[in-house]
Design a protein around this ligand. Structure first.
Ligand code: HEM
Ligand code: HEM
Length: 193
């Protein structure tokens, strides 16, 4: 499955301090920017759905969430483009095969979740009369008002957010394991030199 050009035999000699097997600066920047935006979107998302409906704060927080969600499209598109057009940095040979497969599966599901979250949020908003105010600027409505359709995309948005947060938890724990227990340099691949 998730096998892109140049990624099939991505197992190398154990990482050494001199090795150059890291993500490039732009991929690192996009990754950390995206991580920051995703954490902000979760905190905002969980907070805003608890605010009583049809009050000014709810409009403010919903539109901020939608705006930041649309900003996140930039690093998402960049990372997907990067992933499809670059060789992934080689992994240390000490890494068990199951871990390599698990990380590939996790990353593939990440990309799917990112696309589904963005699209479902955009679509659920566009099937309501409120649409999207992008940092105060009302975007032209793309669809008509339809609560049933909006509810379907709303459910997709919510359930995918549960799957995505579990994957993020696994991703962060795996990154910490590489950093603190395995000490094999995999964590440093996503850090500047
Ligand atoms: C919360 C949102 C996050 C998202 C959406 C995300 C997404 C991703 C994706 C898609 C990749 C794979 C890039 C590729 O295609 O090769 C990746 C790699 C990586 N991420 Fe994250 N990440 C997040 C947070 C974090 C955090 C908090 C950490 C550190 C604690 C972290 C550490 C890493 C590391 C070390 C790699 C490189 C793994 C490898 O070389 O196989 N990420 N991340
Ligand atoms: C990857 C990006 C995104 C993430 C991680 C995210 C995350 C979340 C979370 C955690 C919630 C709360 C769900 C709950 O009720 O438990 C939420 C709600 C919501 N999101 Fe997003 N979101 C993202 C992108 C977007 C985008 C791009 C839009 C629209 C342009 C959007 C529109 C909404 C709306 C309208 C709700 C409220 C749903 C409701 O009232 O039940 N989201 N989002």
């Amino acid at each position: 499955m998730w096998s892109l050009p140049g990624t099939r035999n991505n197992v190398a000699a154990p990482y050494s301090a001199n090795a150059t097997q890291r993500y490039g600066a732009s991929a690192q920047f996009a990754h950390w920017l995206l991580a920051l935006l995703i954490f902000a979107l979760y905190i905002m998302g969980w907070y805003m759905v608890e605010i009583p409906k049809k009050t000014p704060p709810v409009a403010f927080w919903y539109n901020l969430h939608k705006s930041i969600g649309l900003v996140a499209v930039l690093p998402i598109v960049y990372l997907i483009w990067w992933r499809l057009s670059h060789k992934s940095p080689r992994l240390p040979a000490t890494m068990p095969r199951w871990e390599i497969s698990a990380s590939k599966l996790n990353h593939a599901l990440f990309y799917i979740c990112l696309i589904v979250m963005t699209l479902s949020g955009f679509l659920e908003s566009n099937f309501t009369k409120w649409g999207i105010k992008f940092f105060g600027y009302a975007l032209p409505p793309v669809f008509w008002e339809d609560k049933n359709i909006s509810d379907i995309f709303n459910a997709i948005h919510i359930y995918t957010s549960y799957l995505f947060i579990v994957l993020i938890g696994i991703h962060v724990l795996a990154a910490l394991k590489h950093w603190l227990i395995d000490r094999d340099g995999v964590f440093q691949r996503m850090l500047p030199r």
